[in-house]
Design a protein. Structure first.
Length: 204
């Protein structure tokens, strides 16, 4: 293990969790009669404000619905929140095992995720490993009020986990967030949940 890595920051979605299935995405899109491309555009288009905690789940889904000109009842909005939370909580055993292993070897670990409050509450109720001490710090945008790729998200996480940015490795599935981490002075690796890729990077 490379001595230049004193800490690892894990993104949650598609790193510590597996991606939603095509069926799970379709379940959401079908509420609006939308094809996948159009739905994805609106889904992500309003997401940063949701992840910063500027509005709640039902309001987020009403914004998506308005983009399609589709009326949405309160019951439908609540159902979409439940389906959305469900599709992002397919955990990735491979990366959780890796996080346990490196933490046991003295590497500082943290989660940094753009995540809204509904999802965070759902996660905290579902995953016992959030309370096992695998991660020295857990930083979520809805509580921090800052989303990746802003530098403060990465630097605040480094401070909380007591690891210097230049010796901290950040893992994320989105290139924009990798670029943000590098601008903030961290090492960063584009990763979609592959333990082998991270181990190869650390081996140098």
């Amino acid at each position: 293990m490379s001595p230049t890595i004193t800490g690892i920051i894990f993104d949650y979605g598609k790193v510590l969790s597996l991606p939603p299935t095509a069926q799970q995405w379709q379940r959401l899109a079908s509420m609006f009669g939308a094809d996948d491309a159009a739905f994805q555009h609106s889904y992500w288009g309003f997401r940063d404000g949701y992840d910063r905690g500027e509005y709640d789940g039902p309001e987020y889904w009403r914004m998506v619905a308005r983009a399609f000109g589709v009326p949405l009842s309160d019951d439908q909005a609540r159902q979409l929140v439940i389906w959305d939370n469900d599709q992002w909580t397919n955990e990735n055993p491979e990366m959780l095992a890796f996080a346990r292993a490196v933490h046991a070897r003295g590497i500082r670990t943290a989660i940094l995720s753009n995540m809204q409050r509904d999802m965070l509450s759902f996660m905290r109720a579902k995953f016992h490993w959030l309370y096992e001490g695998i991660f020295d710090s857990q930083v979520y945008s809805c509580e921090l009020g800052v989303v990746k790729p802003l530098a403060e998200a990465y630097l605040q996480t480094c401070r909380r986990m007591t690891s210097r940015p230049e010796t901290t490795l950040f893992l994320d599935d989105k290139q924009v967030n990798i670029d943000g981490a590098k601008r903030a002075g961290l090492q960063a690796l584009l990763n979609t949940g592959s333990r082998a890729e991270v181990e190869a990077y650390m081996a140098g």
